[in-house]
Write a protein that binds this ligand. Structure first.
Ligand code: SAH
Length: 244
């Protein structure tokens, strides 16, 4: 009798220990990051004036910690950019939200992004619109982002390796275009590939310091530009540096 109760107690202790050992990884992978994501959206995005419901729900849904190196996952929801390797960065969450909102997306659009980077911005766009085309110039970054977006199951994102200055003629025109690297001028091929009535958002200015986040609208063939705010992006390389 005593022998059985000792054995039974041993079994219970083993079961509890096994449960505790698997608990932390479960908690960190879901609850902790979900809470951080909700706080990020409330404090850093909504509180700064982002109102578009589609943008807010995409930011709540996409797991930003899966777009950074595992060693940086804990910082993924902080209010700043993070390194993604090769001297490049994933943008600050607020800037991602601000640029996405500036495109005034309804849901049925075809969008072109220049500068795939981690793939996070492309994923946010893919939660909102029908099709996303994204171009990355750096081969290692392109491979990392394509693999990640495939693993996460984004079937409405097409990634291309190349210089985004020339756009992606094959799929043009685009309802909206977003450039996530800084240029001294707006690449003319991108304006050409923008649909009539479409919007383009791009950081324009001195690529070493700060730039103006600029919104371009194409109306009746005319280009109307508006400065949104000062930003700091990594420079767009390739043709953007050769021309003008
Ligand atoms: N949108 C990204 C962040 C962009 S960082 C994200 O969500 O993580 C800027 C990226 O633009 C870098 O990956 C850089 O390699 C890329 N880039 C720079 N010049 C480019 C060009 N001419 N064409 C395409 N990509 C370019």
């Amino acid at each position: 009798m005593v022998f059985y109760s000792v054995m039974f107690r041993g079994l219970i202790i083993t079961l509890i220990a096994a449960f505790i050992s698997i608990m932390p990884s479960y908690t960190i992978s879901s609850d902790v990051y979900e809470k951080k994501r909700q706080e990020m959206v409330r404090h850093d995005i909504e509180a700064r004036g982002i109102k578009d419901k589609k943008v807010l729900s995409a930011m709540l849904k996409v797991k930003r910690h899966l777009f950074v190196d595992p060693s940086l996952m804990d910082k993924a929801y902080n209010d700043h950019p993070l390194p993604i390797g090769e001297g490049q960065t994933i943008s600050q969450p607020y800037i991602v939200a601000l640029m996405t909102e500036a495109l005034s997306l309804k849901g049925n659009e075809k969008v072109l992004e220049i500068g795939t980077g981690s793939g996070y911005q492309a994923a946010i766009l893919a939660e909102i619109v029908k099709e996303v085309y994204t171009i990355e110039v750096n081969k290692n970054i392109y491979e990392m982002a394509s693999r990640r977006l495939k693993e996460l199951g984004y079937e409405n994102i097409k990634v291309k390796l190349g210089d985004g200055y020339q756009g992606w003629k094959e799929y043009a025109p685009f309802d909206a275009i977003m450039v996530t690297a800084a240029a001294r001028h707006i690449p003319p091929p991108l304006i050409e590939q923008l649909q009539e009535g479409g919007r383009l958002v791009i950081p324009v200015g001195n690529t070493l310091f700060y730039q103006n986040l600029t919104l371009v609208r194409k109306e009746k063939g005319k280009i109307i530009t508006k400065d949104i705010c000062g930003v700091r992006f990594v420079p767009m390389i390739g043709d953007a540096q050769k021309k003008k």
